[in-house]
Design a protein around this ligand. Structure first.
Ligand code: ATP
Length: 363
């Protein structure tokens, strides 16, 4: 089963500290939402408010159109899956997965059949009679997922469920989690501080910082068109170039940077055209320095000199100095950048995003 979720003006205050500050978010039924942000930004607080383990100081939570703000966890159509899977060590996997069903009074035959079907979903049907200690970390994690889904929640809340796994297993489990979510269609709200994990699994990512939502969108839209400086910096690498708006026309603006004046299309200004004289920041992804081609409008930031370079398999990561400004540029794998060589800092005009300080969807 599945349900939509609506969070309206949720604030949570601990003493004098605002862990959540006026957060509003609509989640569609069946969506895989990832709450992404650094430690302490309020992700777990928001998840706990959705699960009913915390009440918001103000604001409302509704699930499937019903107000859940003051409803206890057990009476909500939600299940929370924590990082320490909390499997019962003495129970077979079948009984671990069927535990919630037993608590709901389901008869043994029906319960076992359902538990088996969920073990099947996570690829562990053949291990039904095993105990948790006979499993690897990734397998235990799958059992916890099967157990959480077996009680048919409308919304599954996942708090860093892959945090304890090593990197390779985590990547594998991300793919599995995404595939399973698509099969069951349950709304998933998943907390992580790992940007790559968010991109690997989310339909939409909610970028949080200091108790607020900074940005909401698909992985591609947040990466390509971030709506705040924080969001741009948290979702991958970015160069930030301070600039001042000089000339304005209907479809472009001229901005002055330490690397000269450039004209940018109106579409680069993600939060609308700023006033002339306004301070803004150009956000440039490192791989966009070689995106220019004869066929598209380009912007030139002059020339820089490569001061350092490292090979990362898919690209070379280069430090570049240009008129006293330090930049990072990713050059294609096929190039052989040399320290001391000059680099033409030319970009596709529409690859630059211009951000205004203090911008962000929750501000
Ligand atoms: P992490 O990734 O480290 O778990 P998070 O983004 O999930 O971080 P939260 O656990 O939501 O962050 O905490 C947000 C802030 O609220 C933190 O600064 C935390 O210290 C504070 N906080 C959380 N719970 C309480 C509490 N019960 N009493 C006081 N402060 C709290």
């Amino acid at each position: 089963m599945t349900a939509d979720v609506s969070i309206l003006n949720a604030t949570k205050v601990f003493g004098a500290f605002r862990a959540l500050d006026d957060v509003s978010l609509d989640i569609a039924a069946g969506e895989f939402i990832v709450l992404l942000g650094p430690s302490g930004c309020g992700k777990t607080t928001l998840l706990s408010i959705l699960g009913g383990f915390l009440e918001p100081t103000s604001g409302t939570i509704s699930i499937g159109g019903r107000d859940m703000t003051h409803v206890s966890p057990a009476k909500r159509p939600t299940t929370t899956m924590f990082q320490d899977y909390a499997l019962f060590p003495h129970m077979r996997l079948l009984d671990n997965v069927g535990f919630g069903l037993r608590m709901r009074g389901m008869a043994k035959a029906e319960r076992d059949e359902k538990a088996l079907s969920y073990l099947d979903l996570v690829g562990l049907r053949a291990s039904a009679a095993k105990k948790p200690h006979e499993l690897s970390g990734g397998q235990r994690q799958r059992v916890a997922l099967a157990r959480a889904l077996a009680v048919d929640p409308d919304v599954l809340l996942l708090d860093e469920p892959l945090g304890a796994l090593d990197l390779k297993l985590r990547r594998q489990m991300q793919d599995e989690l995404k595939a399973i979510q698509k099969r069951v269609g349950t709304t998933f709200v998943h907390v992580t501080h790992d940007q790559e994990e968010a991109m690997a699994i989310a339909d939409r990512i909610v970028v949080m910082n200091k108790g607020r939502i900074e940005d909401v969108g698909t992985p591609a839209s947040i990466y390509m068109r971030p709506r705040s400086l924080f969001s741009a910096g948290f979702m991958g690498e970015a160069n930030f170039l301070p600039a001042k708006v000089r000339g304005l026309s209907a479809n472009e603006a001229e901005v002055e940077t330490a690397l000269g004046r450039v004209a940018l299309p109106a579409s680069a200004f993600v939060s609308g055209m700023p006033a002339a004289g306004r301070d803004v920041t150009l956000c440039i992804r490192p791989e966009h320095f070689r995106s220019a081609s004869a066929a598209v409008p380009t912007v030139s930031l002059g020339r820089g000199r490569i001061t350092g370079s490292a090979f990362f398999g898919t690209h070379h990561r280069c430090h570049v100095a240009a008129d006293g400004t330090a930049l990072t540029a990713h050059l294609p794998q096929t190039e052989e950048p040399e320290v001391g060589a000059e680099l033409d800092l030319r970009l596709k005009a529409d690859s630059i995003v211009v951000l205004q300080d203090g911008a962000g969807v929750g501000h």
